[in-house]
Design a protein around this ligand. Structure first.
Ligand code: SF4
Length: 107
């Protein structure tokens, strides 16, 4: 089982704080206007972002559950019917509705 280190928790807290501050000063944008977050994006990769939650490395992220994906994460924004939506963790990018990352928070 992989445990988050104190450093990982601090990084996630800093990322989330930055995202909240960014979100506070700018309303969510239409995801169609945003570039897609990629799995190779440095922050995305650090959080294990996958475009399809079915591709999550369950050995690396043992807390992942098959019913977790961006569309039912508390941090997603925008229109629930869109295939790509803004996410408060990745300001200025869109994430896949069926994607997932380690910052997932159950809705
Ligand atoms: Fe954003 Fe949540 Fe998807 Fe992670 S799981 S990319 S935090 S919406």
């Amino acid at each position: 089982m992989t445990d988050f280190s104190r450093r990982d928790v601090l990084k996630l807290t800093l990322l989330a704080s930055t995202a909240v501050l960014t979100t506070a000063v700018s309303a969510p944008t239409n995801a169609a206007d945003l570039p897609a977050l990629t799995e190779t994006d440095p922050v995305g990769a650090a959080l294990g972002y996958k475009e399809a939650s079915s591709k999550v490395d369950v050995k690396k992220y043992p807390n992942f559950k098959p019913d977790q994906y961006c569309n039912n994460c508390k941090l997603i924004q925008g229109d629930a019917k869109s295939l790509r939506r803004p996410c408060s963790i990745f300001p200025g990018k869109s994430v896949a509705a069926k994607g997932w990352c380690a910052a997932y928070v159950k809705l």
